[in-house]
Design a protein around this ligand. Structure first.
Ligand SMILES: [Cu+2]
Length: 82
């Protein structure tokens, strides 16, 4: 019998997001984040002005995720904190 091993690699990044003023902003950012190829999970808080994102590092980088948010939603400015 052949044994199949699948490695699931997940990386986590924290993005600082400027420009959010209410819960709807956080929802908009979250929608965009979730559509980014390679992003697995996204939690966005407008009170903390941040997004916690888990992603597949083989598909995308944290910088690219932040860049995509800033590009698709020019109202907000996303930068990588960690
Ligand atoms: Cu808002």
């Amino acid at each position: 019998m052949k044994k199949l091993t699948i490695f699931l690699i997940t990386a986590l990044t924290i993005l600082h997001i400027d420009g959010m003023s209410c819960g709807a902003c956080a929802t908009a950012v979250k929608q965009v984040l979730k559509k980014v190829d390679g992003v697995k999970e996204a939690r966005v808080s407008y009170e903390e002005k941040k997004a916690v994102v888990t992603y597949d590092p083989n598909k995308i980088t944290a910088e690219k995720i932040a860049h995509t948010v800033s590009q698709k939603l020019p109202t907000y400015k996303a930068t990588v904190v960690k």
